[in-house]
Ligand binder design. Structure first.
Ligand code: GLN
Length: 483
């Protein structure tokens, strides 16, 4: 779908001044407007984007431009940008203006990227289809009857529709990788603690991570280089050295060791096409001399339940701050403190967010804490230990990203359990805190689907490097649709 050349492809022309950042930015703003029906962007930051574009053109002339000079980036509507609205696609924050910028935005701007606008998402990043947005669903640019996935549906669609080079999304249980799979794009969820969460509207703080979606791995590597690394405003963010990711993307024929998990490929919900294409890839990797072995994994059925218990518990605490007093919407019907809380929250939150707040409050409540939250924490430890045990023996774990391709809009909205099971293959990386990427592997019925790789903690470099090798192999290229 995308006709936009990747940033890495045009970088030289930008740096020589042959292509003006201002013109590129203006064209893309037009393009975004022309695709309004897809409901991808909630707002175009026209004034600030064009102002920045002018400034970058000047810097290019002076030879002082940053490493992302001219890269056009969209941000998910849960990432703060000072002086700009951030609503988390919720009525409760509908007109809330950020008082500060997130660390990722500050770092992108410092390297002269252009933030072109904020993208639609599921309310507070809770969902798998973007249908939980107060502002309505996003349509998949590859087929408007289908969902682009969620919760970073607008982010993935903005890239797939060729409206920006990179989209920043957030991934708590798969929200970058599942939309990437549904739109034929690349999406990376970094290791927990690789990228600062400062200025990301919190959903589930022990799993939330910001990460990039794009169509070119080189662009993703460049952005990771800029947004990763320690931050005094996020104590969970690691100050480990950030490798020069963009310089280490190889197509070198190293022999890798990969595991695939029996439970994943035998999962009953896995579509025939996704399964056979994944098996084909596994076979061709073996033929190329890589070691690919099956590993037993007994915890697949526990993954979504424990993810739901932990994430809703953390969400119920994080979302307590929206009380009609500190942030956002206050009910006009409120007459005292109690009605301010109750009516503002009742009016401000959507159905799915309310469901999760109640579920989270329940699993944390006296008498149920040990049975649900405490138990889920223990099983999370088992998942983490087992995953790391496998990764001690192998370089990567390979699996489908999603059990099937994008489903029709409206098809699953009445069945929350079915919707939760969309995350079956993605939540493991969040529970274990490890990095994971989705690459467009193939298509079924003219819709794309992805292959997921999980790597060792803080080994994004190896993960991206192997991804780069993989997408350049003949076996991969032949079946992958170009977004
Ligand atoms: N789809 C998952 C959910 O509904 C993941 C969301 C996310 O990663 N933000 O919770």
């Amino acid at each position: 779908m995308t006709k936009l050349d990747s940033f890495s492809n045009i970088r030289e022309r930008l740096l020589k001044g042959e292509l003006k950042v201002f013109d590129l930015c203006k064209d893309l703003i037009e393009e975004i407007r022309s695709k309004n029906d897809f409901n991808i962007f909630l707002e175009i930051f026209e004034t600030s984007a064009l102002e920045k574009a002018k400034e970058v053109d000047k810097k290019v002339q002076e030879g002082s431009a940053g490493s992302l000079a001219g890269m056009i980036v969209s941000i998910k509507d849960n990432i703060c940008y000072k002086g700009h609205t951030v609503s988390s696609s919720s009525h409760i924050l509908e007109s809330f203006e950020s008082l500060f910028s997130s660390t990722v935005v500050d770092r992108l701007l410092a390297e002269d990227a252009i933030i072109i606008g904020r993208t639609n998402c599921d309310e507070f990043a809770m969902g798998s289809s973007n249908e939980n947005s107060f502002f309505g669903p996003v349509k998949n640019p590859l087929n408007p009857a289908k969902t682009p996935g969620g919760s970073s549906g607008g982010a993935a669609a903005s890239v797939a529709a060729g409206l920006c080079h990179i989209a920043l999304g957030s991934d708590t249980g798969g929200s970058i990788r599942q939309p990437a799979s549904f739109t034929g794009t690349i999406g990376l969820k970094p290791t927990y603690g690789r990228v600062s969460r400062h200025g990301l509207v919190a959903y589930s703080s022990s799993m939330d991570q910001i990460g990039p979606l794009g169509t070119d791995l080189r662009d993703i590597a460049l952005v990771m280089e800029v947004i990763s690394g320690g931050d005094e405003f996020d104590s969970t963010c690691s100050s480990r050295l950030v490798p020069k990711y963009s310089a280490s993307l190889s197509t070198e024929k190293k022999k890798y060791k990969l595991a695939f998990l029996d439970s994943h490929l035998n999962h009953e919900g896995l579509s025939k096409e996704v399964k056979s294409r994944t098996e084909e890839l596994i076979n061709s990797l073996k033929e190329e001399g890589h070691e690919v072995e099956v590993e037993k994994f007994d915890l697949l059925d526990q993954l979504v339940p424990i993810y739901q218990v932990i994430s809703t518990a953390e969400a119920s605490s994080n979302l307590a701050r929206y009380d009609g007093i500190h942030f956002g919407h206050r009910s006009k019907e409120a007459t005292d403190l109690y009605t301010t809380y109750v009516k503002s929250r009742t009016e401000g939150f959507g159905k799915e967010v309310k469901r999760r707040i109640m579920l989270g409050t329940y699993v944390l409540s006296e008498g149920y804490y040990d049975a649900y939250f405490g138990k889920a924490q223990k099983v999370r430890r088992l998942v983490k230990d087992r995953t790391n045990e496998i990764l001690d023996k192998f370089d990567f774990i390979i699996s489908p990203t999603t059990p099937h391709t994008a489903f029709d809009l409206g098809a699953q909205t009445d069945d929350p359990i079915k919707m939760y099971l969309e995350d079956i293959f993605t939540v493991q990386a969040n529970l274990a805190g490890i990095p994971s990427i989705s690459l467009p592997l193939g298509e079924s019925d003219h819709m794309p689907f992805g292959i997921q790789l999980m790597g060792k903690s803080f080994e994004e470099q190896e993960l991206m490097s192997f991804s780069n090798y993989l997408i350049n192999t003949a076996a991969f290229k032949s079946a992958a649709i170009q977004p």
